[in-house]
Design a protein around this ligand. Sequence first.
Ligand code: DX5
Ligand code: ZN
Length: 232
Amino acid sequence: MPYAAFDRRIKIAPSILAADFADFGRECRAIEAQGADWVHVDVMDGHFVPNITFGPQLCAAMRPHVAGVMDVHLMIAPVDPFLEPFARAGADILTIHAEAGPHLDRSLQAIRALGVKPGVSLTPSTPPEAVEYVLDRVDLVLVMTVNPGFGGQSFIDSQLPKIARLREMIGEREIHIQVDGGVTPETAGNCAAMGADVLVAGSAVFKGGSPADAAAYGTSIRALRAAPEAAL
Ligand code: DX5
Ligand code: ZN
């Protein structure tokens, strides 16, 4: 089982949305070899978000190339019919959006019943209280720090107090706080200071590198990891 045990150490989760779509296998192996903790997989449907990426078949094809945690972020609606296919594809974590369906509690239970860790995500306009009554159902809360749909957008600072509020609400529960969108060495420190422990980064990891020149990925991953340590 790639997901070992809960801890609050900073984890870097490169988003393959910024990788070479024709070369996902090599890209996954390259980022893990360069120190990525989790591999973040962005699934988009052209309906819940204004962009389309890929579905469960591609996740299944990628799975043998990911030795660690495959962290799947579903930006799709409806989501319920696709939970089982993504679980079968080998996701370790399945994160769904609080805004994507009417029965969040039921969907989160369905993920757990499939033997996968449930996560819940909030877009920038959704208040932290939207997850108040499902916290006992999740292993991860994802705070979107851009509007979902595209990589390479600017970090939305208004989300920092939301991270802090969620950290208070979570208390002693073993729940990760993940941030996703515009995370760079400049913004990562504040996210960690507010209580985030999983930093998703697309552009900040993949720009300037390639599977053939993967050392650049390592440099970027180390810069992201060092930023929160410097801020603490
Ligand atoms: C956006 C995705 C993010 C995105 C982050 O909808 O959920 O994971 O890839 O990309 P950057 O790090 O470039 O903002
Ligand atoms: Zn994402």
